[in-house]
Every structure is written in C-alpha cells, then in structure tokens.
Design a protein around this ligand. Sequence first.
Ligand code: ATP
Length: 241
Amino acid sequence: MTGTNPPTLISVQNLYKRYGRKPVLRGVDLCVAEGQVVALLGANGAGKTTLLRLISGLAKPERGEISLAGVTFRRAGHELRRYIGLVSHAPLLYDNLSAEENLHFFARMYDLQAPTARIESVLRAVDLWPRRRDPVRTYSRGMVQRLAIGRAILHNPPVLLLDEPDTGLDQTSADMLHHLIRQLGAANRAILLSTHNLDRAVEWADSVSLLVGGKIVLQEPTAHLSGAQLRRLYADASDQI
Ligand code: ATP
C-alpha cells in the first residue's frame, strides 16, 4: 500500500522567546500534521501559553520560524490568523448574549459569508443547538468551553490551539470535549492543546510533547503509552534538566 504522509499544518523551528531578561523558550521545535492531536505538557510557567500565543501571532518570537500550512509567518503576517482558532484561558464570550448572538457577532468580525448556516452547523457540532437562545451567563463551565471552541472554529481554521481546555470540567463535560476534539481533528485539522492531566493527554492526543527548560525534551506517540508510563517519562525528563 502506498500512502502519502498528511501535510504538516503547524511547524515551529528553533523558537526563542524571552520576557525582559528571562528566557522562556530556548529553541523549541514542534510539528503537528493534519488530522493529528498533540498534547503540550509542562510544569506551571514552562512556557506552554507563551508557545500557543506565538503560534497564534499574538506575540512575537526573538528568533525562529513558525509556518502554518506551509506558509511562514514572516511572509504572511496577520493573514495567517485566519488559519488559526485559539481557545485561551479566557473564553472571550459575551455573558449577556446567547450562544447564537455571540457567534453572529464573531461571524461579522470574520466577515463570514452565509453565517446563519455555518452558525447552525457549529452549534450542532458543539452540542449547544438546544440551548442556543439562552444567555451565556446561564451556561455551565463545560458549555462555555464548548461555545468557546465553537467561536474558535467558526471560520473553519485548519489549526486549532487549545490552552488547558479541560480545566475545571467534570467527567461528563470532559468526555464531551474529548469527543468534540476527536471530531475536529478528524476533519483535517491540526490540534495542539496544553494540559496538566497526563491521563487525558494519553487518551486525547496522538502524541505528547513535553516542554522543560524552554525546550521540547520529550516527544512520544500515545498509541502504546499508559498514563503511568507517561508519568515516569515525564519525571525522568524533568529530572535531567
Ligand atoms: P501554566 O501551566 O501555569 O499556565 P505555562 O506553561 O503556560 O504555565 P506561561 O504562561 O507561558 O507558562 O509562562 C512562562 C513564563 O513566562 C512564566 O515565568 C511567566 O511568568 C512568564 N510570562 C508569561 N507572560 C509574560 C508577560 N506578558 N510578561 C512577563 N512574563 C511573562
């Protein structure tokens, strides 16, 4: 059987970032291919959010190269933001508006054509269609998180970045999010998500990347990996620095 490898949608090469005199990233290399979910791991302050912000163009690196779907940031600049959906710690939603109203607002920002049909399909995908007319302030944490993902995928970006999307979710909400991430990944996207939960990283992602001392020190496919094995690898890799 001849198979072609799926294209790399996120490519980060030799990335450096410092805040003031403090180096945070010191030569990060990372690739995520189409259809792949990669979990980014690391202790508090390791630089996971910083890396996601750099990839989404919200901050600039000192050195290094970021390409999305083969196009480098340097060449395309702001245009590349259209390739990206980002769910950060703050959900960036209007509490007094309903899910539907929020998505209509963001659809105007993205200048989406035929927004009504797209909004319906997104609300169904994130399982909020029955609650679409309720104000966001009445939603549970899991619903808010799913709507934040809906906002991030509204313009159908090939790259989805999720910063600790599982924080504060109960088991049912986490299971729904897992299912949603799988569906979104299967739809030809590249997904990079950060998490502190190693069992979830193994369960949700195709591979894990561990950030220690400003570098990726471990990259491991999850296909034959257990949570316990990852915990050992994590501890060993963290000790070596
Ligand atoms: P956590 O798991 O706690 O969310 P993280 O791995 O996402 O942590 P970052 O938030 O990227 O880590 O922070 C990495 C380092 O950079 C930390 O020491 C943090 O204090 C510092 N830092 C992040 N943003 C800024 C900023 N805007 N100005 C100054 N320092 C910053």
